[in-house]
Structure formats: C-alpha cells, structure tokens
Design a protein around this ligand. Sequence first.
Ligand SMILES: C[S@@+](CC[C@H](N)C(=O)[O-])C[C@H]1O[C@@H](n2cnc3c(N)ncnc32)[C@H](O)[C@@H]1O
Length: 255
Amino acid sequence: MTASGTGPSAPDPGVSLMYGALARWWPLISPAEVYEDDARSTAELFALAERPVRDVLELGSGGGHLAHHLRERWTMTLVDLAPEMLAVSRALNPDVEHLLGDMRELRLGRTFDAVLVHDAIDYMTTLDDLAAAFRTAYAHCRPGGVAAFFPDHVADTFEPGTDCGGSDAPDGSGARYLEWSHPPGPGETTVTTEYTFTLRAADGTVELAHEAHRTGLFAVADWQRLLGDAGFEVVTVREEGGADRTLFAGRRPRA
Ligand SMILES: C[S@@+](CC[C@H](N)C(=O)[O-])C[C@H]1O[C@@H](n2cnc3c(N)ncnc32)[C@H](O)[C@@H]1O
C-alpha cells in the first residue's frame, strides 16, 4: 500500500493531484454515466439561446464526461487547464477538438453558439476570477447565443457535508473517494473540501491519496451582477429535488 497527498493548503488546479497524477483514475472516480442528468439540464439551458445551437465551447471540460453525452448533438470544443485531464477526455471523445487553456484568459479568436462551464467554474475562488471567466465566455459566445454555468454551490444555500462515490472496472481495478466540505470562515468566498481516495489496481495493489481543494462560494446576487457586467442577460434557474442547486445562463443579446 502506498499513500500520497498534500497538506491542508489549497492546490492550484493546474498542479492538482486529482487532475494531474491521479487523472487516469477519473473514469472510475466520477464515471461518465452520472453526467446524464446534467446533459439534460445543459440542453434546457441551451434552449434559452435565440439562435440554433450547433457548436459549443466547454471551458474546464475535465475528463470529458459531460461532453461525452453532448457530442452526438453538438460539435464540441473542449478546453482544460490540465493536460492529464485532456488526455483522459481524448481517450473517451477521440473525435472531439481538445485545447489546453485557462478559462480566465483564453481567447481563441473564434465564437460559438453556446459556451458551457460545468463544475470547473467552482475553481474560480475570487470575484475577480469569476468575472474573468464570464468575460471569456462572453468573448466566445455569438450574439443570440447562450452561456451555461453549473456551480456546485452558491453562498445563499450552501451546507457543508460529506459525499462518497467511485466505481469498478471489468479488469478488477476500482476507485472510491470520500469528499468532506467545511463551512467557510466569516466573509470568505471559498470552501475547503478534503478528498480522500482509495485506488485499487487490477493486481490488487492499493494506493491511498488525500488532497484539499479550495473552491469558490459566491452569492446569487454576485453571480447575477458579474454576469450582467460581462454583457449577458441573466437567467437564474433553481433546480430542486435531486440536485437542489442554482444554475445560471447568460444570454448574449443580438447585436
Ligand atoms: C471536476 S473537473 C471537471 C469534470 C468535467 N465536468 C467532466 O465532465 O469530466 C474540474 C476541471 O476544471 C479544470 N480547471 C480548473 N481551473 C481551470 C481553469 N482556470 N481553466 C480551465 N480549466 C480549469 C481542472 O483542470 C479540472 O479538469
């Protein structure tokens, strides 16, 4: 058995264990099947566009698990900060364009009918970073198009908690994780979440890993204000029941 991990400080997502050295485990840690519901929510948000949606830019596309459910319907371009996650996504979505980039500063010089930022938006830990991601989305969105954002939490409804998951592969390998989030300190715009991983190789070797992630936690009013500042008309969607979360769409007005 081996163990690896970081201390309590928050990692730069660009050098994170989960999205770096452990990226090859992503298909077992967070299997693509669990993204089907979010693919449906994505389609509902894209329906807010005032133009037909044919091509989509996803920022922070990770292992391409959500994109896997979208690529049949739309032409996807996938961007992520972590080369290891792009490699995982390329294996799953070999016919899709993949690019290395940071959603805070990317400028491709191309526009799309829709821009998608799924849970990667959580890695915007300051209002300045969040605003920069919105400017990037706007710069790549055609007039009449839409940008869709899927934060895991907003400050208005956040509750600290624990979660677990993972799956097994036919070759006998498997991954399990425990996720444990802590309440933010007074006035803080971030949440710290401890992740522990138990990773079993096909030969039975077990590796343990730990990493703390710091993610952004912003009020709905801040989301709405910054999306508006970027130029978007804002639609706020409160999903209740299973997901119980707040999603945002930004419609780029026709010129
Ligand atoms: C939870 S994973 C995304 C998983 C993805 N939703 C999927 O379907 O597989 C978060 C991703 O955000 C990426 N990320 C974090 N900060 C980023 C940034 N500034 N620009 C681009 N990608 C970023 C990380 O590299 C990581 O791959």
